[in-house]
Design a protein around this ligand. Structure first.
Ligand SMILES: *Cc1c(COP(=O)(O)O)cnc(C)c1O
Length: 236
């Protein structure tokens, strides 16, 4: 068994344990394998354990990898998630190549993605990135502006608004990890009460997976715990 397959199994076990501890069905948490900076062969390797959903941060790298994997495994039917920051002049390749986008944080981006989504494809699944307290980056919609943005995005014809996403500051103290995830969950539940049919809370990475699951994550985005340490600097 390859290291990646072994890591995949360990991460799946960690998700199952966290779900059980939270009294949630294991099937309510989806593992998104974040393959950014790793070659397409790493994706093929992770597929050996049945993994189908992969996340990419960098547009050109992601588009190239999707093509390489499709050529090597044409029947794989993978689900590709774009989880990186989005530049408004780079929306078209995202709309054309990906199934999900996690970091939409303004209306203009959402409108462009909807306009540029090819007619033959199903609506693009979208999460809104929220800038909750302790957010490492400056991106994400402010909580106060979220309800209006969500209402507007939900009306766009070629998008399907699925939920919310956040990237809290890395925090090793488990007690301090809870707060931003709990904040995101409250915002999510409020939008649901307002009538939006949301089903996705995209939160939790390699270092805070268990806490995110305890706070209700439905997608955890896991990179280094599966593929190993990334070796090039992350610039968007
Ligand atoms: C890189 C990245 C991840 C995965 O991070 P790890 O700590 O390697 O698990 C998850 N989400 C986003 C948005 C990322 O950029």
């Amino acid at each position: 068994m390859s290291i990646i397959s072994a890591n995949m199994q360990a991460v799946e076990q960690a998700i199952a344990a966290a779900a059980q501890a939270a009294g949630r069905p294991v099937s309510s948490v989806q593992l998104l394998a974040v393959s950014k900076t790793f070659p397409f062969q790493a994706v093929l390797d992770a597929m050996q354990t049945g993994q189908r959903a992969f996340g990419e941060n960098y547009l050109q790298e992601g588009v190239d990898k999707i093509a390489a994997v499709a050529a090597a495994a044409p029947d794989a039917h993978l689900e590709w998630h774009f989880i990186g920051p989005i530049q408004s002049n780079k929306t078209r390749p995202i709309a054309e190549n990906f199934d999900w986008v996690h970091a939409v944080d303004r209306l203009k981006i959402a409108q462009r993605l909807s306009e540029q989504r090819p007619a033959g494809l199903s609506p693009l699944n979208v999460c809104l990135q929220v800038n909750i307290s302790g957010e490492a980056s400056k991106s994400g919609v402010a909580p106060a502006d979220l309800p209006e943005l969500a209402r507007q995005v939900a009306t766009l014809p070629n998008l399907r608004l699925r939920g919310l996403m956040a990237i809290p500051e890395a925090e090793t103290d488990a007690a301090k990890q809870h707060l931003p995830f709990a904040q995101l969950r409250l915002l999510y539940e409020q939008l649901q009460r307002d009538g939006l049919p949301l089903d996705t809370l995209s939160m939790g990475m390699s270092g805070d997976l268990a806490t995110a699951v305890a706070e209700g994550a439905t997608i955890v985005r896991i990179g280094s715990a599966i593929f190993g340490k990334r070796t090039y600097k992350e610039t968007a």
